[in-house]
Design a protein around this ligand. Structure first.
Ligand code: AP5
Ligand code: MG
Length: 220
């Protein structure tokens, strides 16, 4: 089953995708997490990506397209996957269509997680993320605090602040989203696979609504 999540920075994509992927037993492929891993590992792609991420703008398309072409054709994706953060503009969406054609798979559902833009800055600046690369669970100092301050509830590792979670970068990230990623809502809206979900509210209630939507759209 092939699922894609759209949504502004801080909308809750990572929070919900982790749970949905676990529930459906498919890999969660987060472009941001993959890029941050490459930055940390000091790979060529990571070195290139860092300066763009630090400005809140998109990393060049060819970096992401190569990264996802490799991933989608790997055995871990044979039963499907959940895309979070890729594609992020029309060129990437067209590249994804070509990749899916090559591996003879279709996107079954595109979720647009919608949140009032006024809520996003507080969500982003209060985020703390698990440092364990096999976990990476997001928390929030106010909305989703960990049971033990500074430590992950899932694996116990320490939490960190993402380099791009600075208040002064939020406007740039939202501008990038509005100009380049939001048009994908229309791109996928022309197909019958788009489902809009309200991302304001309790994460548990949003998760329940998401599962119901995925069941009706792609019999998850
Ligand atoms: P990426 O890592 O994808 O960041 P993003 O899209 O800005 O989204 P976030 O991860 O910030 O938000 P989220 O929706 O996952 O929210 P979360 O669940 O964590 O990308 C980072 C950068 O990489 C980009 O700026 C770009 O430079 C580059 N990049 C990535 N993909 C690219 C691509 N395809 N092409 C080119 N460049 C690319 O939740 C946020 C916070 O809110 C958390 O603290 C959480 O605990 C809290 N929260 C979650 N749900 C709720 C709720 N219901 N109520 C209250 N709080 C909540
Ligand atoms: Mg995320």
């Amino acid at each position: 089953m092939q699922i894609l999540f759209l949504g502004a920075p801080g909308a809750g994509k990572g929070t919900q995708c982790k749970r949905v992927a676990k529930q459906l037993n498919i890999p969660h492929l987060s472009s941001g997490d993959l890029l941050r891993e490459a930055v940390k590992a000091g790979t060529e792609a990571g070195v290139k990506a860092k300066s763009f991420m630090d400005q809140g703008v998109l990393v060049p398309d060819h970096v992401l397209i190569a990264m996802f072409r490799d991933k989608l054709s790997s055995p871990e994706c044979a039963k499907g996957f959940l895309l979070d953060g890729f594609p992020r503009n029309l060129a990437q969406a067209e590249a994804l269509d070509a990749m899916l054609k090559d591996i003879k798979k279709d996107l079954l559902c595109v979720v647009d997680l919608k949140v009032d833009p006024g809520l996003l800055t507080e969500r982003i600046t209060g985020r703390r993320v698990c440092t364990n690369k096999a976990c990476l669970t997001p928390f929030h100092i106010k909305f989703q605090p960990p049971a033990k301050e500074g430590h992950c509830d899932t694996c116990g590792s320490t939490l960190m602040i993402r380099d791009d979670d600075k208040e002064e970068l939020v406007a740039a990230r939202l501008k990038t989203y509005n100009e380049q990623t939001a048009p994908l809502i229309e791109y996928y809206g022309k197909r019958s696979i788009l489902k809009t979900i309200n991302g304001d509210g309790e994460p548990e209630a949003i998760f329940t609504e998401l599962l119901a939507a995925l069941q009706s759209k792609c019999h998850a």
